[in-house]
Design a protein around this ligand. Structure first.
Ligand code: ATP
Ligand code: MG
Length: 622
């Protein structure tokens, strides 16, 4: 059945929504796709649901192709499984929690690993049942600290979440790869440019993980990329570690007076003025900066850790927390407080160093402070440093790593800088922004262990299952598509995702115009093309055109004055083309265009896997 503007439940808006920061939020609101209900919570109107269901159909199709079966869980779940996995605590105030009348804890699920694990445990008991891949498309709840940008970061949003269950690591690798392919296909079919980037496991724990990023200025994620195709989350970048340097001939370390040099800048200036190097100026990169941090472990214990890094870099606490070097699970890290420092008088603020020799060292391998000392990986054996001498106003020069001091380990805690080399040698890194539209995860056995999901293996031995979890932000994707496909003032959907295939405007008062528009609608619908017909009688053509612009269906047919000469106007908003076309031809031409657009989207999916995804503009062209 054609949609009719005369009865469609929609009111386009002249005003932008309050707090609109990004085009997708503004335009989806103005075109009558969504209405805000509460911060980060939206109501879906008929046009919005049409596009959403087209997106979901593509996601479903690709999940089926990857061998995943659809199930559906409640959003409202008992807290116990989440308590068993530790996430009730780990998510903290990010989850919406509630209690029932019997005082039992419940939550509105932020994601469903636990209950998927329990469902499989409930029904399956043998390796013969595996591998298994199941998914749902379902509403998730997260009490995001900063809901923003309409559908981009909601507190209620729709996610596709899939889970794989395998008996061994090789099985998990295969399941993960199948999902990776499904994701590349899905995003290509949706006409969204996307970049799989290396990520760090974060709160979920587990082995390998990649995020799929839609590169865009509106995104909140910063990532790095190289000209040679390396792309990674800043947290996941690994530094290139130089070879150790022989230090047999290196001069002995010596302590120098460096009064009033509590910062790297003042230290470098004082070193150049009073202790110049013969060959070149000292720079911040010659100094070893030792930063005291407080780490909170998942069990609540607080540990003071000192991180040593070249003085030309800042500490990036997110990177430090994401590396796993600080401890297992979700650790929090923050700069040490005055009180923390007061508890360690051997750490002299502004003049902290590892110590003068392995025998007397303050930091590292149970030095006198007893604190863990972790070094940037670039501080390899043989490198020579200016660093604090653990006395006010004094620094030590020519302190050689591996000779004078040793650490408890390394940590990737230094800020990644533009121009740093990509770890795979593919050139200098640049920073870019994007939106995370999906993520795939090798969870491993974490949830299966926590919830005791075991099956009997071929030898009849109970074996813990290994799992993967795979998310796609379905509503977030709709916002990204709107970001990618608009002309500033209005949406212009890719043909195959538009709420209807064709927007027909009856532009004029004559009953012949209305009748011709109706006939055209009937013919197109009979040929399988969906139509939004603007059949409103007391609405001016100008008003109808404005609404059509906002709604953003790319193929528009105007039935108007030309009818007297047997023509209508066929517009393509994606290419800007406009043509007068004989009424007798318009159905065949339109049907062909629309079918070609769907076929092109499917072909884009096939091409994505062979690594030749077309530019999104190609997909949009009708
Ligand atoms: P983010 O870092 O953006 O908060 P996340 O890594 O916490 O996302 P996941 O747990 O990986 O999100 O969820 C899977 C997918 O769900 C994400 O890749 C994203 O596309 C989508 N998603 C997550 N949070 C939101 C949200 N608040 N609003 C809309 N979509 C979201
Ligand atoms: Mg994620």
């Amino acid at each position: 059945m054609a949609l009719r503007m005369s009865s469609l439940f929609v009111r386009t808006q002249k005003e932008d929504p309050v707090g609109a920061e990004v085009a997708s939020h503004r335009l989806l609101h103005r075109a009558g796709y969504i209405r805000r209900s509460a911060p980060g919570i939206y109501t879906w109107l008929p046009l919005g649901l049409k596009v959403l269901s087209k997106i979901e159909a593509i996601v479903r199709d690709e999940m089926a192709r990857a061998g995943s079966q659809e199930v559906h869980f409640p959003s409202l779940l008992p807290a116990d499984p989440y308590k068993a996995s530790g996430r009730w605590e780990a998510y903290g105030s990010d989850i919406f929690t509630l209690t029932d009348r019997k005082d039992n804890d419940y939550l509105l699920a932020p994601t469903h690993e636990e209950v998927f694990t329990l469902l499989v445990k409930d029904l399956y008991s043998s390796y013969k049942d595996l591998p298994l891949s199941i998914y749902q498309i379902q509403t998730k709840y997260r009490d995001e600290a900063r809901p923003r940008a309409g559908l981009l970061r909601g507190r209620e949003f729709i996610m596709k979440d899939a889970y794989s269950f395998d008996i061994d690591d090789a099985g998990l690798d295969a399941s993960y790869e199948a999902m990776r392919v499904a994701y590349l296909r899905t995003f290509a079919r949706l006409g969204l440019p996307c970049l799989p980037i290396k990520a760090t496991p974060g709160a979920m724990g587990g082995a390998g993980t990649e995020e799929f990023i839609y590169p865009s200025e509106v995104g909140e994620d910063t990532f790095v990329r190289s000209p040679g195709g390396y792309a990674a989350n800043v947290e996941a970048v690994t530094s290139i570690v130089p070879d150790p340097i022989p230090f047999d001939d290196a001069p002995a370390a010596h302590v120098e007076d460096t009064p009033d040099t509590p910062t790297i800048e003042t230290l470098v200036a004082a070193a150049n003025a009073n202790h110049p190097r013969p060959d070149r100026e000292w720079t911040a990169a010659d100094t070893l900066k030792n930063v005291v941090c407080a780490v909170t472990h998942p069990d609540g214990t607080r540990e003071i850790v000192v991180i040593g890094l070249p003085g030309d870099r800042e500490v990036d606490l997110d990177r430090a927390a994401g590396t796993g070097a600080l401890g297992i699970g979700e650790v929090e890290i923050e700069p040490a407080t005055e009180a923390d420092l007061a508890a360690h008088p051997e750490l002299v603020k502004g003049y902290i160093g590892p110590g003068l020799s392995p025998e007397t060292q303050v930091l590292g391998l149970e030095g006198t402070s007893g604190l863990r000392f972790l070094l940037d990986p670039r501080v390899v054996d043989g490198t020579r440093w200016i660093t604090g001498a653990n006395e006010p106003g004094k620094h030590v020069f020519d302190l050689v790593a591996g000779r004078d001091f040793v650490a408890d380990g390394t940590i990737e805690a230094a800020q990644v800088m533009v121009g740093d080399p990509a770890p795979d040698g593919s050139g200098p890194l640049e920073l870019a922004r994007g939106v995370e539209i999906g993520q795939i995860f090798k969870l491993g056995r974490r949830y299966a262990e926590a919830l005791d999901l075991k099956v009997l293996d071929a030898n009849g031995k109970a074996t813990t299952v290994t799992m993967g979890s795979y998310g796609i932000g379905v509503t977030r994707i709709m916002a990204c598509i709107a970001e990618e496909y608009h002309d500033g003032d209005s949406l212009v959907w890719p043909q195959h995702l538009a709420p209807a295939d064709v927007h027909i405007i009856a532009a004029g008062k004559g009953s012949d115009i209305g009748e011709a528009a109706e006939a055209l609608t009937a013919d197109l619908e009979a040929a399988g093309v969906t139509v939004l017909l603007d059949d409103r009688v007391k609405v001016s053509p100008g008003f109808k055109f404005a609404d059509a612009e906002l709604i953003g269906i790319p193929t528009v047919i105007v039935v108007g004055r030309g009818l007297a000469d047997g023509t209508v106007e066929l517009r393509n908003r994606l290419t800007g083309e406009q043509q007068e076309i004989a009424v007798a031809e318009v159905v065949a031409t339109t049907v062909e265009r629309v079918r070609a657009a769907y076929a092109r989207a499917d072909a884009a999916g096939d091409a994505a896997v062979s690594g030749t995804a077309p530019a999104p503009a190609d997909l949009a062209a009708v």
